[in-house]
Design a protein around this ligand. Sequence first.
Ligand code: UD1
Ligand code: CA
Length: 451
Amino acid sequence: MSSKPVALILLAAGQGSRMNSDLPKVLHQIGAAPLAIHALRAASVLEPEKTVVVTGHGADQVEKVLAKHDDQLTFARQTEQNGTAHAVDQARDVLGDFEGDVVVLYGDTPFVSGDTLERMAEARATADVVVLGFDAADPGRYGRLITKGDTLEKIVEAKDANPEELAVTLCNSGVIMCDARTIFDLISRVGNDNASGEYYLTDIVGLARAGGMSAAAVTCDEAETLGINTRAELAAAETAFQARMRTDALENGVSLAQPETTYFAYDTVLGRDAMIGPNVVFGPDVTVESGAEIKAFCHLEGCHVSQGAVVGPFARLRPGAELEEGAKVGNFVEIKNATLAEGAKVNHLSYVGDAHVGASANIGAGTITCNYDGVFKHRTTIGAGAFIGSNTLLIAPVDVGADAMTGSGTVVTEDVPDGDLALSRVRQTNKTGLARKLMQMLRAKKMKKDA
Ligand code: UD1
Ligand code: CA
């Protein structure tokens, strides 16, 4: 890793018109996180002291969403998109005096790895400008890295390249690393006399070389430099991302019954020997601890599942669901913002929201915490060892004590003290023979009508 302090500049001002979308390109998601966040997360290995995101198209929206993910970001606006050098120049106010290195990343290039960025930082020990290149299967409109031995001489954009340069397959990923003062110095000398009439960041390499500085290319796999321009590329990137998450999980000792049917978010954490059944979807912010089991067809987000807990099949854990050790959530159960303490069970067809369920409590089938009055949310607490009868409605706010019980079908509107039994249903009466009599009457009526 680089010993020097590092600052990031993330370019995210472009329109992304080929996405054919109202949503700015860098906010389209892979693994439930905006594209731009993926690039920033990879760069976290460099422990950046500052991160400047250059915004333009959809700036308000981009800034709002990205700030939610990371409140340390600084934003710089590029009101006209005059090229990548012009974009980086927008960070001059913030980073012009930064003592250390600057790394330029693209907001639409989510897969550059931390390892690769570390290799670039290492290469900076011997080169003033380090560029990330890759050997392109189809070099097309990528900028070409023109090298002589180990030295990078310049970068030529495809539009401006001669046939000999076009034949080069070593291409520019767009990731560049350089001392901060140096990069802003070089940028002030970049012109726009080229095929696009834009200020190319890539020109800084030739300018550095002409000024006697050194430049080098570090290379990585083409898959890392994949940029997203279209919906099809976004879908392909999602597929690649999921494949990588599945491989990582398997390597980390997670059991995936049918890996290709497990869907991950960017931050999913699965412990060793966690067992994941087929067709399980993880939204953001999920931790499943070692040895917990998620059975088939579950959807989880914003939740924590402890050791020995079992979820599903067909269960939904929503944000704030906390399952302590050995808790059980069965089929057609939804848990939201609720803790199930050790060994608590909600096995069938229930909604438990804004609640605390005590250790070893048992929630019968069809139980509903009625937590919402149309305006406010209210809490339910259920004590340890409580037994909630089937089809109980708990009208929150309400507390059910430890070892208390509710009869099936009870509508709990008042607190139930520890150890009490709550019953709120009409007493049953049996009318002798009335069922048969009623049926005969109805059949007779039908015969008359059909005749
Ligand atoms: C750029 C590189 C090219 C490289 C390719 C890799 C230059 C001149 N060319 O070309 O060598 O092979 O990326 O994908 O740098 N952006 C702004 N403001 C601008 C212009 C661009 O924020 O004024 C952002 C875009 O949103 C995008 C990134 O910078 O994220 C790259 O811009 P783009 O126009 O896609 O550059 P390319 O022509 O692909
Ligand atoms: Ca591009």
